[in-house]
Design a protein around this ligand. Structure first.
Ligand SMILES: NC(=O)C[C@H]([NH3+])C(=O)NS(=O)(=O)OC[C@H]1O[C@@H](n2cnc3c(N)ncnc32)[C@H](O)[C@@H]1O
Ligand SMILES: [Mg+2]
Length: 432
């Protein structure tokens, strides 16, 4: 028996053809001797009509109370039906229950904690099918961009010995007789690999022990990070905007129907297809915020609220550059023309989404980096290997980290980052 996907058969050129599908019962009702069974698979939902006059009363009676998510096979003739989801239905001449389902625990209207406790079943919702298909394309676009432009994919370690982004968000793990930490970022190792392949990138899980639960922070997220020898901050900002533009273009080409089904306003994504993106310095960002009456002063970090207000000034992603040195990580290169700021950049997504990328130029001089490690209260011993990279043929280099879930949240228009991956991890949530 040959099976078609539901998306394949829901088209005018399939009207009148005889096909077989398989999937799970998403909704069901019985009216006047007919069962209307909405079957879902990974491509969509179709209504299957089981007529007792054709397939017998016993089957229709059984379908009256069949459990949601029972797995089924159905064969029949495709026909137009405006009242059915997607405008098509399958007039069944064969219908078989494969796997029964009793009392599927998600019936609609449950609270968020209950749904998260049943995430292993909640993920079956067609809404997640659409989100995860979009995320698939985002990841595919990222890999495609780097491969096409001569970047080499590498595999940095996830078990590490020291912090990259500050000790406050480290997850310690037992490592044989000693202690290790789950990686916050692949960056430091990518900086070793640029001396091997010059332009490298990795997709790794990054871990942040974020104490507070917010709509845009996870404890485990997927991190797309390039690093390149000889690249300046400006060079790397061009890579960042080309990458994001390619991602948005590919999603709009290949996942438009999923975006529409999620209620996303496609028009709001189109400006991000065009580069270059606007660039403002941190100084200008502070001025904009102060003019809007925000209580912020030079030297303050930009939090979610400040970023949200800034994003209302732009219709596409925009860069904020040249942050105060004291609010950025030890590895950031100080601006030669202004020792108070570093050559760092963030890329902020519009519509209130804020930071999706953080990056910059790295300090490539041994003595200066050593002092910055001391300045930030870190132990140079913990960074001995990292400092070594500045002893043997050090070169100017830059990189950034793109938060895949942050980008997915923005592109899909979601209001919480937890729905951008199947099993979200944040404080208080490790099950299932
Ligand atoms: N290779 C690099 O230069 C990356 C650099 N070491 C780094 O980790 N920068 S970052 O802390 O801003 O994180 C980078 C991005 O990673 C995302 N990010 C950062 N933290 C999170 C959390 N907690 N949850 C979800 N996403 C997160 C967000 O998009 C940030 O812009
Ligand atoms: Mg950042």
């Amino acid at each position: 028996m040959e099976y078609k996907s539901i998306a394949e058969i829901m088209s005018n050129d399939k009207i009148g053809s005889h096909v077989c599908i398989r999937g799970w019962i998403y909704r069901r009702s019985v009216v006047g001797g007919k069962a209307f069974i909405r079957v879902r698979d990974s491509s969509g939902v179709i209504q299957v009509v089981v007529d007792s006059a054709r397939l017998g009363e016993a089957l229709v009676d059984e379908l009256k109370d069949i459990g949601l998510e029972a797995s089924v096979i159905a064969c029949g003739t495709v026909r137009r039906e405006e009242r059915a989801p997607g405008g098509y239905e399958l007039d069944a001449d064969f219908f078989k229950i494969i796997g029964y389902s009793r009392d599927f625990p998600i019936k609609g209207g449950e609270g968020i904690e209950y749904l998260l406790d049943n995430r292993h079943l909640w993920v079956r919702s067609p809404r997640f099918t659409k989100i995860f298909r979009i995320k698939h394309t985002i990841l595919q676009a990222g890999r495609e961009y780097f491969t096409r432009n001569g970047w080499w994919e590498v595999n940095p370690p996830i078990l590490t010995a020291s912090a990259c982004e500050g000790g406050a968000t480290l997850f310690p793990v037992e490592y044989f007789e000693s202690k290790a930490y789950l990686s916050q970022s692949a960056q430091l190792y990518l900086e070793a690999l640029i001396y091997v392949l010059e332009k490298v990138w990795s997709l790794t899980p990054s871990f942040r022990a974020e104490r507070s639960r917010t709509r845009r922070h996870l404890a485990e997220y997927w991190h797309l990070e390039p690093e390149a020898a000889w690249y300046s901050m400006d060079d790397m900002m061009r890579v960042a905007e080309e990458l994001v533009s390619h991602i948005v273009t590919k999603v709009l080409e290949e996942r438009r129907s999923e975006l529409v089904d999620l209620g996303r306003d496609i028009e709001k994504l189109k400006p991000a297809m065009e580069t270059p993106y606007p660039r403002i310095r941190y100084d200008e960002a502070i001025e904009i915020l102060q003019k809007k009456g925000v209580n912020v002063k030079w030297g303050d970090d930009l939090g979610a609220d400040e970023e949200r207000i800034l994003t209302m000034e732009f219709e596409k992603p925009f860069f904020v550059t040249h942050f105060p040195r004291q609010i950025k990580s030890f590895y950031m290169k100080v601006d030669p023309s202004n020792p108070n700021v570093v050559l760092g950049f963030d890329l902020l997504a519009p519509e209130g989404y804020g930071e999706i990328i953080g990056g910059g130029e790295r300090e490539d001089r041994y003595d200066v980096l050593y002092q910055k490690i001391i300045e930030q209260g870190l132990n140079p011993e913990d960074y001995k290997w990292y400092l070594d990279l500045r002893k043997y043929g050090s070169v100017p280099h830059s990189g950034f980290g793109l938060g895949v879930e942050r980008v997915t949240m923005w592109i899909t228009g979601l209001d919480h980052i937890r729905d951008t991956l199947p099993f979200p991890r944040f404080r208080g949530r490790i099950y299932p």
